[in-house]
Design a binder for this molecule. Structure first.
Ligand SMILES: O=C(O)CCC(=O)C(=O)O
Length: 381
């Protein structure tokens, strides 16, 4: 079926870019999430990313290089309170992160979703909000990256987290590309919707010292952080490990918006390049890419194709939602700062980590860059 191009691809990120991240303090019922609450409400078992408290500067702790163990929240908590005599690495020397628990993927957590009053925050009861929860000991962290989808609303419910935020680079596509190059943006290691930096900003924040508008923020229980699209971030749980109940517990959503249509297509292309060992899956993804691109260009396409339908829905829903969202929060959002002095606020003593110099030269790996993916879309579809 023919049709006009469904979205304005020249859409500018100006609104989002000219907005810096902001916190609404005490915005949410922080509740006293006790260990028993967590154990009761998060049944089943989840992967825990484990890392050494001694960090080699220059080696970001990407998801794929960390040791992982599957455990229940009960076992995780008993490990963190040192009451377990398990075969797990010693909690004195390690951190653990039950991170990125996407509630929608766990049927038995459906009721838990209602514990988070996102609709009160958004002023509307969206039926497709998909919260993710994060439970970590002091020192647990996520290396510098940005998420390819929409606004991120991150609510701290227990404990504290330090966030280091770096602006996307500027309002134009080229500004953002320059920032991506400056920060060594890479899709390898591959994680859906995550673009990592190859630099270790936690180990050596000085690599950011020439960048304007860097932000360092601490989230405390009841706070909600709003992260505008494409802002780079690096996050560390910073509670005192000498307190056994010092777990950080937080919950977030990514609020998709219209430009995410393009990002969704780039995600399919990235998966196709990096995650397509299965030939059948690969063919299906190629077909999806063709349909996406035909739809985007207003050419003949299959309107019943599931990915086309989801893009159409995203385009419709995204624009409306973004307008609602900005109307509600735009007055709260400050402009980005113009100095880099924020970096001085990083308190690494609270991170319960020690930083070792790099012992060996980094291994040169073949990287897949976000701009390679765009080139691939342009040339192949
Ligand atoms: O809290 C973390 O460790 C990472 C959170 C994050 O990356 C996000 O909310 O986008």
């Amino acid at each position: 079926m023919n049709g006009s191009p469904p979205i304005d691809t020249s859409f500018s990120w100006q609104d989002a870019y000219s907005t810096a991240p902001f916190i609404i303090s005490g915005a949410w019922p922080a509740r006293d999430w006790t260990n028993d609450d967590l154990i009761k409400n998060l049944p089943g078992s989840f992967p825990v990313r484990i890392g050494s408290r001694e960090l080699e500067i220059g080696k970001p702790k990407y998801d794929n290089i960390c040791e992982k163990r599957e455990m229940s929240v009960r076992d995780f908590i008993s490990w963190t309170s040192q009451s377990s005599s398990s075969s797990l690495p010693s909690i004195d020397k390690h951190w653990g992160y039950m991170d990125y628990i996407h509630l929608v993927e766990h049927d038995d957590l459906e009721s838990f979703r209602s514990a988070f009053p996102w609709s009160s925050l958004l002023g509307r009861d969206y039926d497709d909000i998909q919260p993710t929860v994060w439970l970590g000991t002091a020192g647990a962290h996520s290396p510098l990256h940005y998420d390819t989808m929409g606004w991120n609303l991150h609510a701290q419910l227990r404990g504290s987290k330090q966030w280091l935020l770096v602006p996307p680079g500027g309002p134009t596509y080229n500004d953002r590309l320059d920032r991506q190059k400056e920060l060594g943006a890479t899709r390898t290691p591959y994680e859906n919707t995550t673009v990592y930096s190859e630099f270790d900003a936690l180990g050596d924040p000085s690599i950011l010292s020439s960048i304007e508008g860097v932000r360092v923020l601490t989230l405390r229980p009841g706070d909600i952080l709003f992260v505008p699209p494409l802002w780079w971030h690096c996050v560390c749980c910073i509670d005192d490990q000498s307190n056994p109940s010092a777990l950080s517990f937080s919950c977030n959503i990514w609020l998709s918006e219209r430009p995410d249509v393009i990002n969704t297509i780039a995600e399919v292309a990235t998966a196709l390049k990096l995650d397509s060992e299965d030939a059948e899956m690969c063919d299906a993804m190629k077909e999806s890419m063709q349909e996406c691109m035909s739809w985007l260009k207003g050419e003949q396409h299959d309107e019943t194709h599931p990915i086309v339908q989801s893009l159409i829905e995203l385009a419709d829903r995204g624009r409306k939602r973004y307008d609602d969202f900005l109307a509600r929060y735009k007055d709260l959002a400050p402009p980005p700062t113009t100095t880099a002095s924020e970096l001085a606020k990083i308190d690494r003593s609270k991170m319960c980590l020690s930083f070792l110099p790099m012992r060996a030269a980094p291994v040169e790996r073949e990287r897949v860059r976000p701009w390679d993916i765009l080139r691939c879309i342009e040339t192949q579809y």
